[in-house]
Design a protein around this ligand. Structure first.
Ligand code: NAI
Ligand SMILES: O=C(O)C1=N[C@H](C(=O)O)C[C@H](O)C1
Length: 245
């Protein structure tokens, strides 16, 4: 049995993760902690799943890694600086691994992968992500990662800058620029998590769209991460290698 702790256990995703861990035949939920609970409650866990908040996730990771507990992280807000810090902590604690995935939904991971594959065939690529209005970060971790993958694929293919004649605009009208890819964030009551990658070329447009219809969509990917993190050395970003992508 894998002994699992969950941080953010009372949150929208944390509740689903706790249910899934409790239902998994090879896992035992040994801690379900939320804001205000001391991290010492994780003692005895082998793996900790974190779905909390970008403002607190680094403290959680530092504690878990220094106590030899492998984190599986869904919380967003990671940039290169934060990832470098996590790598350094892992370097100081050999044998402890960490998986950080901007999206644990299998279809969302495929959407990102397909966008990466398609990117080099089109002149223009822009991303629109749409989320519930309680989300703390914009753009979403998924959109940011998708933009990075698209930019990487285009650079590898020697693609030039995208056409854009905008010479005057209101602040924010063209969205955020992530490695040269424009990302637009919508926050709207009624939504959960959605993304469109728009790819445009000569006379045609390809739209790759993903919709999260329920937060239970994240749990198969989280359970896969929990099962595999102990054998994935150091820091793994994204679920792709666990899906052979
Ligand atoms: N990677 C993925 O597949 C997904 C990632 N997310 C990300 O996960 C994070 C959480 O999302 P939601 O569940 O929607 O948020 P939420 O706000 O519903 O839940 C977060 C929970 O964490 C708790 N919390 C805050 N500080 C804490 C601390 N120091 N220790 C323990 N618990 C603490 C809060 O009280 C709350 O219950 C966000 O960053 C979101 O973007 C959300 C969905 C999927
Ligand atoms: O906050 C959310 O809800 C989500 N966060 C993740 C992100 O920022 O990409 C994953 C998914 O989009 C839901």
């Amino acid at each position: 049995m894998i002994r699992v702790g969950v941080l953010g256990a009372l949150g929208r995703v944390g509740v689903e993760v706790c249910k899934a861990v409790e239902a998994a035949p090879d896992m035992e939920l040994v801690a379900a902690l939320d804001k205000g609970d001391p991290l010492e409650g994780l003692t005895g866990a082998e793996v900790v799943v974190d779905f909390t908040h970008p403002d607190v996730v680094m403290d959680n990771l530092e504690w878990a890694i220094s106590h030899g507990i492998h984190p599986v992280v869904g919380t967003t807000g990671f940039d290169e600086g934060r990832l470098a810090t996590v790598r350094a902590w892992l370097g100081e604690n050999p044998g402890t691994n960490c998986l950080i995935a901007p999206n644990f939904g299998i279809a969302a991971v495929l959407m990102m992968h397909f966008a990466q594959q398609a990117a080099r065939y089109f002149e223009s690529v822009e991303i629109v992500e749409l989320h519930h209005p309680n989300k703390a970060d914009a753009p979403s971790g998924t959109a940011r990662r998708t933009a990075e993958l698209v930019a990487e694929a285009r650079a590898k293919a020697g693609a030039g800058a995208m056409p854009d004649a905008t010479s005057t605009s209101l602040d924010g009208a063209r969205g955020a620029d992530v490695d040269g890819v424009h990302v637009h964030a919508v926050r709207l009551a009624g939504l959960i998590a959605h993304q469109e990658v728009l790819l445009g070329g000569d006379g045609e447009i390809l739209t790759i769209r993903h919709d999260t219809m329920s937060r239970s969509a994240f749990t198969p990917g989280v359970l896969l991460g929990v099962r595999r993190v102990r054998e994935l050395p150091g820091l793994t970003i994204g679920l792709e290698p666990l899906l052979d992508l």
